[in-house]
Ligand binder design. Structure first.
Ligand SMILES: [Zn+2]
Length: 301
């Protein structure tokens, strides 16, 4: 639930303190040289708030240096609100909605959201492991613009999802569902000691032998699931993804679809915690993930 009165969403100083607690659990750490002992807060009117001096490398820094929030003109409390909204909205949020709720321009909202998606990237190594089951399945999303006059329906996008049962999800936009494409996604993202669970499509046959076990699951509705041979996790992931595409995003451009997928992966991977915990988890992910694409334009945010 959104606690709209929480000062971290209304007060820039409170927002900064919250971010400092999350990213520096052991106190301020210099992003330039790693010093954490010999640092000093620069108080007083002549200094930017939150400015800290490193006496080791003599550099200055704040909590946003080296993060996706760096050099943004948007106050930190608005960033924290955007982070909360994006991490708690099951189907995602449109940039228009963020623009209206935060009182920033649409363009700024759009860039903020892409920076936040950058922080959502899963840096946590391969899915699965010994005794764990990872489901792989594919679907098509988007492309339902057929009723718009004079406009050709956008092509549907192929999405391959890997979902660890009771765990994380990682999804990919793939150009095709050929054995080679599928294999490269699977072997780079799933621990080979896992049990791979797929349907009986031929593109999973060869790669299935590279894993500890390869089970064939039945899709819901076709037959009752037998024991662990079912694909509920991947189907659940896809159903949320599809509702997001239909209800919120309508159209995903080829250039950005992977960023939207990261967003859905993140929420799915942290679905069993509270909204506030999920939001804090995201904030811990802002470090070292500065968005580098279209740098000059991104700085406008
Ligand atoms: Zn330093």
């Amino acid at each position: 639930m959104l606690d709209i009165l929480n000062p971290v969403f209304t007060d820039e100083d409170k927002a900064r303190e919250h971010l400092e607690r999350l990213t520096w659990p052991n106190g301020p750490t210099c992003p330039h040289c790693g010093e954490c002992e010999n640092v000093k807060r620069l108080e007083g009117k002549s200094h930017r708030k939150g400015l800290i001096q490193c006496n080791s490398c003599l550099g200055n820094f704040t909590v946003t240096v080296g993060t996706v929030f760096e050099r943004s003109k948007v106050p930190l409390n608005k960033w924290l609100l955007a982070v909360f909204l994006m991490s708690s909205s099951k189907k995602g949020m449109s940039a228009h909605q963020i623009h209206r709720m935060l009182g920033v321009t649409y363009k700024t909202a759009w860039f903020m959201m892409h920076r936040i998606r950058e922080a959502m990237k899963d840096g946590g190594g391969p899915l699965g492991g010994p005794g764990k089951i990872v489901e792989a399945d594919e679907t098509f999303v988007g492309g339902r613009n057929g009723n718009r006059a004079y406009r050709k329906p956008a092509p549907k996008k192929k999405v391959l999802a890997l979902v660890e049962r009771n765990g994380r999800a990682r999804s990919f936009h793939v150009a095709n569902i050929h054995a080679n494409t599928v294999r490269s996604a699977l072997v780079t993202s799933i621990d080979r000691a896992s049990t791979l669970m797929t349907d009986e499509a031929s593109h999973y046959k060869a790669v299935g032998r590279e894993f500890e076990r390869h089970g064939h699951m039945l899709h819901a509705g076709r037959e009752y699931a037998r024991g662990e041979i079912y694909s509920n996790s991947a189907e659940n992931f896809f159903s949320i993804l599809k509702r997001g595409v239909i209800g919120t995003y309508h159209h995903w451009s080829e250039a950005h679809i992977h960023r939207y997928l990261v967003e859905f992966d993140f929420r799915y991977s942290h679905k069993d915690v509270t909204d506030a915990e999920r939001s804090d988890e995201l904030l811990k992910g802002i470090v070292g993930k500065r968005l580098t694409y279209r740098r000059t334009a991104a700085l406008a945010a």
